[in-house]
Ligand binder design. Structure first.
Ligand SMILES: N[C@@H](CCC(=O)N[C@@H](CS)C(=O)NCC(=O)O)C(=O)O
Length: 216
């Protein structure tokens, strides 16, 4: 099996997706934390986008979390995708749906101005409402089988849990399917262990540094 090293940023949701998959499959890997916003020179050389995650596979770089996860799923069977091609494609479509939610979340929490924050919050809640319509609460996206699509969405719920605990802001209020899915995901060992110990402190520091409306 190849030697794997994940280049990470402690509060990055995209990295978290790869960590969950690595843990879920019990794959051995090394991890190195950097700040992609002030990257070391060696990272600039190996990352075409300047973003994390980058997975070094026998020292060869692979970028984009979705691609990294598809690679790991293929190389370390059994696959966590449904077998049926249509269902698999549908799951992948919802994985695509979840990706821009991280940008909405980031914009929502990093905005300085409360009224702008509320506007972005409404957009984010609309995205959640779209997900609510297809979530099953049984508890996983595909019912009783944990899949790649669950991994793609899990970091959304880690972050919503942070907002609820730290600011009493519950964006899952009234979204019952997502509440069930969220609980199941947050309690899953691979997800719980994918969060760095100082996650809340780092998030709070980032919000304060950005003068976010949430910390007012
Ligand atoms: N589409 C990328 C997004 C990765 C991404 O946005 N990573 C952020 C950290 S969470 C980053 O490295 N940003 C650095 C930058 O934009 O310069 C993926 O899924 O891997």
């Amino acid at each position: 099996m190849p030697k794997l090293k994940l280049i990470s940023f402690k509060i990055c949701p995209f990295v978290q997706r790869s960590v969950i998959l690595l843990k879920e499959k019990g794959i051995d890997y090394d991890i190195e934390f950097i700040n992609p916003y002030e990257p070391p020179e060696w990272f600039r050389k190996i990352s075409p986008t300047g973003k994390v995650p980058v997975l070094l596979v026998d020292d060869k770089p692979l970028f984009e979390s979705a691609v990294i996860n598809e690679y790991l799923d293929e190389v370390y069977p059994p696959s966590l995708h449904p077998k049926d091609p249509f269902k698999k494609a549908q799951n992948r479509a919802w994985m695509e749906y979840a990706s821009p939610m991280y940008m909405s979340f980031f914009n929502m929490i990093m905005t300085k101005d409360k009224s702008e924050g509320d506007k972005v919050k409404d957009e984010f809640v609309q995205q959640l409402t779209g997900l609510e319509k297809v979530a099953t609460n049984k508890p996983w996206f595909n019912g009783d089988i944990f899949s790649m699509v669950d991994i793609s969405a899990a970091p959304v719920f880690t972050r919503l849990d942070f907002l609820k605990k730290q600011f009493d802001l519950d964006l899952l209020d009234g979204l019952e399917n997502l509440q069930g899915w969220s609980q199941a995901l947050i309690s899953r060992p691979s997800v719980a262990e994918s969060i760095v110990e100082d996650f809340d402190a780092l998030m709070l520091a980032r919000l304060k540094d950005n003068d976010s409306w949430i910390v007012d």
